[in-house]
Structures are given as structure tokens and as C-alpha cells.
Design a protein around this ligand. Sequence first.
Ligand code: SAM
Ligand code: SF4
Length: 364
Amino acid sequence: MQEKITDIIKKESFTKEDLVRLLSSEGEERAVFLKKVAKSYIGTIGKKVYFRGLIEFSNYCTKDCLYCGIRKSNSKVDRYNIDDDAILEAARFAHQNRYGSLVLQSGERSDDAFVERIENLLRRIKAETNGELGITISVGEQTEETFRRWFEAGAHRYLLRIESSNRDLYYKIHPQNHKHDFDTRLNCLHLLKKTGYQTGTGVMIGLPFQTYEDLADDLLFMKELNVDMVGMGPFIEHHDTPLYQYRDQLWPLQRRFEVALNMIATLRLLMPDINMVAATALQAIDPMGREKALRVGANIIMPNITPTFHRKDYQLYENKPCTDEGADDCTNCLNIRIEMAGREIGYGEWGDSRHFFKRISGKQ
Ligand code: SAM
Ligand code: SF4
């Protein structure tokens, strides 16, 4: 007879089979599981939700990930590069509205001009906000030297999703060339930790060819890598990408959404003190998607503060939300939604990963 899900949740450590049971749960059993996690995890990390104002400052990319709408080979995309002054303006907006932190995100580039530009930008943002704004970067794979320069210029968190920890699956969703190398990506995560960043990774959920076993391994990978932050969300197909050809083999969108919440709740059991993002892709499927993620384990929200006129050009997937709202609209609606989810916003606070401090003190 199968073990009861309520007994699995009570365990101190989980086998891969336990994780598969939790991730694949449906219906009444799933409702019981999520409710239990929702009740217990606030006791560990508290009620607060922290904002990271997201600036998607450029959609130029040198890579060709087979799932991504802004991949290099998609010639239908209007490419943009928001200038430094406009980025600073958005950073000032985040600071004035007491967002605590911002995330600088773009397609991947590693040329000298780009590296230098980010370095200068970081110094300017720090100077203009009296060092009060925490900064996360998410611009892909870089050299150790680049990671170090940006760290010294003021960035202290870095998000680099492994996308899938299954090497074979990784190569099914990326082109087979040296620009898309699993080991290089994995090594970057080690370099980020070594440099001193609060290090974040994550995966997409509901990829073609992906199984519950793969997802369980993804969670074990995050635990093993001892990361400080995780951002993971549903895969959403984009019609101008190669993976679109598998659209008939995917889980229905609603199931991808459910499994994404199962992943968040399960990881919260495995890693109680990390920071976890309520990913924007959840909202593309369910208008209350991010709030539902907050209920079951997420504690970070990334309101989009990219200047409105460029948002439509950063379409990683279809139906991406908030492409025509101004930053203010997003902030107001978020306040109400977060309170409705029974949570509190940590205004003006960095809300750093508790796990990070334990890790560097050798306690985790
Ligand atoms: N270029 C950087 C990188 O790849 O790490 C950062 C920006 S990239 C657009 C941010 C994340 O978007 C990726 O890590 C990937 O997981 C996610 N993404 C891209 N295409 C997606 C899709 N079709 N559905 C869901 N998420 C997607
Ligand atoms: Fe470029 Fe990142 Fe999209 Fe890959 S996921 S194509 S690196 S923007």
C-alpha cells in the first residue's frame, strides 16, 4: 500500500520516491499537502514578502536556447537596449518606492563593452541610492573575473537557472555547441558561490521530455549545490522557437502550473530557509499565480519596472503579463494582492537569504 502523503510531509529527510509522490500529487491529496506546507512554513521564514524591482534592460542575446522567445536566431524580435539613464531612473523609482532591491536582467552577452557597462552601471546605481538598494544580476554565464568585478561594483546576488539538472534533457532544450555547455553553466554556479554572491538557480517545469523523476532530481540538485535562492516556473511555449514543435506532447498549461506550485511547496520542505521567487510565468497561466505561490512557500516577488515601451519586446514566452502596465499600476495591484494572500511586504528591506548567512558561517 502507498504511504500516506500526510506521513511523507512529516519526515525529516526525503527519498527521491517521496519527492516524486509530492510532485505528482493531484486532487484532494495535493490540496492536503499544499495546505500543510502553507500552515507550517511561515513559522520558519516569517510572513514577509520582499520586492525585487525587475529591469529587463536588453533583449540582445548571443545564445540560442531552444525554448526562449528572445533567442539570437529569432529574427522577428525588435531588439532593444535601454540606456543607462533610463535604467537609473527605474532604479530611483525602486528606491523611492522602498522596493529594497532590484534585479538587472537581459539576454546573455560577455563582450568587454558589456562587462564594463554593467560594472559602471552598478557603481552609479549604488552611488545614487546611497548604497541602500540591494542588487541582483541575471545576465547569464560569465568568467570568474567578470563575476568578481561586478561583485566588487556592488552586486551581491546572482540568478542563473540550470534550467534542467538532467544533462541529457539539458541538451534536448539547448543547441549542441560550445555556447550551450552544461558543465560551463554548472561551473558558473560554483564560481558565483566562490566569489561571495548569494547564489540562485532554478529550472523550468513542464518541459518536453521532462518527467516527475527529473523534477525530483532538480530539487535534490538544488539541495546538494546548497543554493541560497531559487526561481523556478512553468515552461510556456513560444511559437517562434524550435521547442514549439513539441507543444502537443506537453502537460496542459494548468497541470504545468499545478506542478510548479508542487515544486515550490516541496522545495520549501527540503530547504526551509532559502529565498524563493514567485515567478512571473505563473501569472501568465493564472492571474493570481504569484499569490498562490506565496501561499505555498515563495517569499520573493519581482514587480516589473522595465520602462513600459520595451516590455512587449521581452517576450520569452506567450501571454507574458504586465507588458502594457506602468510600474505604478503593478505596485498598487501587488500591495492589495499580497495582503490578500495573508502576507506582509518588507518595504525598504533587502530580505537577504537566511540560508546564505548560515552557509557562509559554516552552519549549513
Ligand atoms: N539570459 C539570462 C539567462 O538565460 O540566464 C537571463 C535572462 S533569461 C530570459 C531568464 C530565464 O527565462 C531563463 O533562465 C529561463 O528559465 C526563462 N525562460 C526563457 N524562456 C522561457 C519559456 N519559454 N518559458 C518559461 N521560462 C522561460
Ligand atoms: Fe538568451 Fe537567456 Fe533566452 Fe537563453 S534564456 S536565449 S541565454 S535570454
